[in-house]
Write a protein that binds this ligand. Structure first.
Ligand SMILES: Nc1nc2c(c(=O)[nH]1)N[C@H]1C(S)=C(S)[C@@H](COP(=O)(O)O)O[C@H]1N2
Ligand SMILES: [Mo]
Length: 553
């Protein structure tokens, strides 16, 4: 009995190792094939992407608030951990009965296939990497399982028949059919232990396949890089250049967010595990649906339209009060209103359902886009450049939407290729389906950047500074209070228009002790931001930003 357990334990460990190596080799092969065909069709990415789309909102909120910009790496890490556990269990099962292991492998491959085949942008070839990986996995599993079984004490026993099944607990340790039975005529081979070598060689091959496959897959996937096409782009001078920046848009308070957010410091929020690499040479935008005539334009045609340049602050609906998901850039793009008008929207339409190349959708109120107002960028841009360079790939290269005054999820589709003119009643966009509001204008908000939360400051005069935003309206005032005392007016920086955030600063005579600073903004319509605290779901966070500090004597 005890021997049986030891044997079972050893065999399980060898089996689990074989299972892990099997999975690693299968994934390595799948990665290479994905690299050779469609990188996004890798089963690991497809499962991750499906998990992102299927994750319940509370889990997603938790992940974003806990892991922030790292949430995608945490997700991929989690998937790999689950995969490893499953693979180890499958391998341990396979040394008992190979068919159990193959069923496990099949179950796993099915998951990959289902995920890859149901991606919104999937084509038939998306199943190929998973199938290739599964085939490699089956081969590796047979070889490794045999080698693992040969390692077990029963099989290595040089004399006599293998332990009779009477020595094992009932049903516990069936000898697999392919166990290498020792040949009684062979001399004992104890010292060289060829079974161990066989296992190590098979393991080494599997590990090498995994490593080479993963690296080669990555290198191959980079062939799809649009870096060259991006660097080669030249943009015509804007027909409507951005207004000149007043010199005092930046108050130059150390620690205060600069008026313009640099591209590489700009927050990034999207559902893409693998950034879409869209070649401007093949990019097309189709405008269709409730229109008089469908319009399809190429990137070259887009650049021939009169381009508008303007400053617009983007805000994510999932930005908590005092959060980081807001940034301001100078955008260059074609008028969205003019593009939509060129298709002739029909009466009754009220939504632009905008789809990206990877299947994400946003739903923008048609009225906001067509309400031209007086400023050229007011109705939104089909943007091609950000802060003077082509859009970074992470920010939607080669074209994205930017609509002032609407949270990103209802307006700012990156890698956009399709605009359907439709109604809110008949079509729901990505986040609306997942419980967020269908319409979501950006709430008037402020943020305290300086001093930082938990800061320790010397007593005396010190700046309290931050940014405030009410895109499409403009910021008219910001007030600050200390420990719930009277509100004091902050000094506002200049702004080039109403669609950007605005810096503010208030000079505080800080007395020793612990203090709480709060701020509130009033927009140009006279509305003052509400003290009522609301979480980001379903239509944006609200409440005063608050910072606790300690003032030293
Ligand atoms: N294709 C695509 N576009 C997208 C998203 C996305 O997930 N996929 N997220 C939207 C959201 S929620 C926001 S807040 C903005 C963020 O734009 P940024 O990453 O350039 O800051 O992009 C929007 N556009
Ligand atoms: Mo967002």
């Amino acid at each position: 009995m005890a021997r049986a357990f030891v044997k079972a334990g050893r065999r399980s460990i060898a089996g689990a190792a074989a299972g892990l190596l099997t999975a690693a080799a299968a994934i390595g092969v799948a990665q290479v094939v994905a690299g050779l065909t469609v990188p996004a069709s890798s089963p690991v990415l497809a499962v991750g992407q499906a998990a992102i789309d299927l994750t319940p909102q509370p889990v997603k909120d938790f992940a974003i608030s806990t892991f922030g910009a790292n949430d995608k790496n945490v997700l991929l890490g989690g998937i790999l951990v689950v995969l490893a556990l499953f693979a180890a269990a499958t391998g341990a099962a396979a040394v008992r009965r190979l068919s159990w292991g193959l069923w496990g492998l099949g179950a796993f491959a099915s998951l990959g296939l289902a995920a890859a085949a149901t991606r919104p942008d999937a084509t038939a070839e998306w199943v190929v990497p998973t199938l290739a990986g599964a085939a490699a996995g089956a081969f590796a599993m047979v070889r490794l399982t045999r080698a693992a079984v040969a390692l077990s004490p029963a099989a290595r026993s040089p004399a006599g028949p293998p332990e009779s099944s009477a020595a094992t607990a009932p049903g516990e340790l069936e000898e697999p059919a392919f166990t290498y039975l020792p040949n009684p005529d062979e001399p004992p081979r104890r010292p060289r232990r060829p079974e161990r070598r066989q296992f190590l060689v098979a393991s080494g091959l599997a590990a090498a396949t995994a490593a080479v496959g993963t690296v080669a897959g990555r290198v191959l996937a980079e062939r799809y890089n649009v870096a060259k096409a991006r660097a080669a782009l030249r943009f015509p001078a804007p027909a409507a250049p951005a207004p000149p920046l007043p010199p005092d848009v930046d108050l130059r308070v150390p620690g205060l967010s600069s008026f313009i957010t640099a591209n590489d410091g700009f927050y990034r929020v999207d559902t893409a595990l693998l950034l879409p690499e869209v070649d401007p040479a093949t990019w097309r935008l189709r405008i269709h649906g409730m229109v008089r005539r469908e319009v399809v334009i190429t990137f070259g045609e887009l650049l021939k339209r009169p381009l508008i340049e303007d400053y617009v602050t983007l805000t994510c609906v999932s930005d908590p009060v005092s959060g980081p998901y807001v940034g301001n850039a100078k955008w260059l793009g074609a008028s969205l209103a003019a593009l939509v008008r060129s298709a002739g929207p029909l009466a009754g339409a009220d939504q632009l359902l905008c789809t990206s190349v990877d299947g994400f959708t946003s739903g923008t109120p048609l009225a906001v886009v067509l309400d031209g107002r007086t400023l050229p960028a007011e109705g939104g841009l089909l943007a091609v450049a950000m802060n003077g360079t082509a859009l970074p790939v992470a920010h939607g290269f080669p074209a994205r939407m930017v609509v002032p005054g609407l949270y990103g999820y209802v307006s700012a589709t990156k890698w956009v290729t399709d605009i359907e003119v439709t109604t809110f009643a008949s079509a729901q966009a990505y986040w609306a389906v997942r419980g967020w509001a269908q319409q979501a204008p950006i709430k008037t908000e402020s943020r305290i950047d300086v001093p930082g939360s938990g800061a320790s400051l010397p007593a005396g005069r010190t700046p309290v500074a931050g940014v405030a935003w009410a895109q499409h309206k403009g910021i008219a005032a910001v007030e600050v209070r200390v420990d719930g005392g009277p509100w004091r007016h902050a000094r506002l920086a200049a702004v080039p228009g109403i669609d950007t955030w605005r810096q503010w600063v208030w000079d505080w005579d800080a007395a020793p002790g612990g203090h709480t600073l709060e701020a509130r903004a009033t927009d140009a319509t006279g509305y003052t931001q509400t003290p009522v605290q609301a979480p980001p779901t379903p239509n944006g966070a609200s409440g005063y930003p608050s910072v606790g500090v300690t003032v030293r004597r």
